[in-house]
Design a protein around this ligand. Sequence first.
Ligand code: 0FX
Length: 257
Amino acid sequence: MINEKILVVTDNKELFEFFAELLVDQKDLLGGRTVKFVCSPGNDLFEDDVHGYAVSPLRIKDHIDEVIQDFDLVISAHCKQIFPDKLVQNRTCINIHPGLNPYNRGWFPQVFSILNSLPLGATIHEIDEEIDHGNIIAQKAVPLLAWDTSLTAYNRVQDAEKDLIRENLQAIFTNTYTTFPPKEEGNVNLKYDFNELREIKIEETITFQKAIDKLRALTHPPYKNAYFIDPVSGDKIWIQIILEKDTSDDRSNQTKS
Ligand code: 0FX
């Protein structure tokens, strides 16, 4: 089947802008195809058109039949909506995911990779009825560094996603890509699991390594994620951590004063 009418569902401004620029820069990609961009209702990140591409809101579950009728291919570029089963069973749906499937599928993969040391990266895969689960078209591992926060790791993941989009979009548009199954079921984290991490229980006893990992996993400015409740005042206090690798050559004078 030739993909002529393509729907891109995104809630991520950076990926939308990257996509729109790619379509303009690589004119061959389009051929006679049309690409329409939509986002989830309530997303107010997309005020401006980019290269003539606008993003309009669409609640997919209310328009499944129209989407099936009007489009040959649906791409999710960080869409916050779960694709309905009927849609994924009737149209090729492809997901661009900021994690290395099957590890830490679901919400904010880099947060959980920092906590559980499972591999991190980016994946483009076919969507099936389960979260971040279908056959893989391409993926790229991203190293996790001891001084990474969620933000620095995420920025590297997003670069990997852009590389994958650049390298694979032609094959996806022309339906000439190949796939392979994920090597195992892996694990899934939900938004609830992330929210459960956010309160730091100040009476909890853990190693410094675990404490540093938890705080760096929750450090992603400008978001306020980690907090504790001051037992004296009852105030809620936000926490972020700063990590900096020593880049000086002379390791001998590190700690002596
Ligand atoms: O677009 P996205 O990067 O991706 C998220 C999920 O991780 C992904 O699995 C899903 N397919 C997609 C639809 O939604 O999410 P974001 O732009 O809301 O957040 C980007 C990063 O910012 C996130 O990885 C961690 C950080 N963040 C975000 C929020 C909203 C926080 O640290 N705290 C927050 O409250």
